[in-house]
Design a protein around this ligand. Structure first.
Ligand code: E4P
Length: 218
């Protein structure tokens, strides 16, 4: 399973990268705004700074919602760095653009996936990744993890090569359950990745080992 970090914060990206387990980054316009990144030039420079930290897979989202606009913006983003994956919303014009990007050899991440039908369309269009938002489904009393299960089954049935990128992952159990189900990737904030480290028995065990060592060795 691959781990992506879901943030535009350079310190968090660096910290996850330094841990040695980071495979990529996802951003969205809200995450960019949270970091105070505004204006086309600053936004592009920020994506470039993210690409300079990680080895691959930096999802950069288009703002346009019409086919020509999505294509123009996506091509500009893809030109910034080979690590860029163009993030395109699941709308009619987005599906057309995903197909066109596929034919141009530009990788895409189809975002805002909330149903199996949307995931089938994105895969048929040639998306490199689909991003089902499990936390936002849970927020409206719908089981987000069931959607991941459904998509895994459908993609297996037909050998779709699109990778399932579980998004809107809010806590460590989401991440672990995505791994059990077989999602290819999970994207989540830094605290969810580092949350996997924690167990009180590990802390207690280490404290005892160190205390016992100290008794004899000073
Ligand atoms: C996915 O790529 C999105 O950026 C993200 O996972 C959305 O998460 P949220 O629902 O916590 O905002």
């Amino acid at each position: 399973m691959q781990f992506f970090i879901d943030t535009a914060n350079l310190n968090d990206i660096q910290e996850a990268y330094d841990l040695g387990v980071l495979d990529g980054v996802t951003t969205n316009p809200s995450l960019m705004a949270k970091e105070g990144i505004t204006g086309d030039d600053n936004i592009r420079a920020h994506y470039k700074a993210i690409c300079d930290i990680v080895d691959d897979n930096v999802s950069a989202e288009v703002i346009a919602t019409d086919f020509d606009g999505i294509m123009k913006e996506g091509r500009q983003l893809a030109k910034l760095d080979d690590k860029i994956v163009v993030k395109v919303p699941m709308i009619k014009e987005g599906v057309k653009a995903i197909k066109a990007f596929y034919e141009e050899g530009i990788r895409t991440n189809c975002t805002l996936i909330f149903s199996a039908g949307q995931a089938i369309l994105a895969a048929k269009a040639g998306a490199s990744y689909v991003s089902p938002f499990i936390g936002r489904l849970d927020d409206v009393s719908t089981d987000g993890l069931s959607l991941i299960e459904q998509i895994v089954q459908i993609y297996d049935n037909y050998g779709f090569e699109t990778e399932i990128l579980a998004a809107s992952v809010r806590h460590t159990m989401h991440l672990i359950q995505c791994a059990e189900i077989g999602a290819d990737v999970a994207t989540c904030p830094l605290n969810v990745i580092t949350g996997l480290l924690k167990h009180p028995l590990t802390d207690q065990g280490l404290a005892k080992f160190l205390a016992d060592h100290k008794k004899l060795n000073g």
